[in-house]
Design a protein around this ligand. Structure first.
Ligand code: FES
Length: 98
């Protein structure tokens, strides 16, 4: 059986392609069908920034969208860097003597 594959692109859209694309039905939140006629593949916006939703228009690269995995890795790296820094003293700096 042929399959339709949905690829979560790194920091980008959801890319849908396969030999059975004619079986894919795209609908809005009310169940209204969104035409995909003539498309051999679909690229759906995941960042929320597209002006052609639900389709991707490439805006994700302009706004620096990070997918969940990249965002989590960046957060973890920030946490590790914060833990590696020594704790700062709570006392105010001493003024220079004359
Ligand atoms: S994922 Fe491409 S514009 Fe949103």
């Amino acid at each position: 059986m042929d399959r339709v594959t949905i690829t979560v692109r790194n920091n980008g859209s959801l890319f849908i392609a396969g030999d059975q694309m004619h079986l894919v039905r795209l609908v809005d939140h009310e169940g209204n069908e969104i035409s995909t006629e003539g498309r051999k593949a679909l690229s759906l916006c995941r960042c929320g920034g597209s002006t052609k939703k639900p389709f991707c228009d490439g805006t994700h690269s302009k706004i620096g969208f990070q997918g969940a995995i990249a965002a989590q890795q960046a957060f973890d790296a920030g946490q590790q860097a914060a833990q590696a820094q020594p704790a700062q003293s709570a006392q105010p700096p001493v003024p220079p003597t004359e």
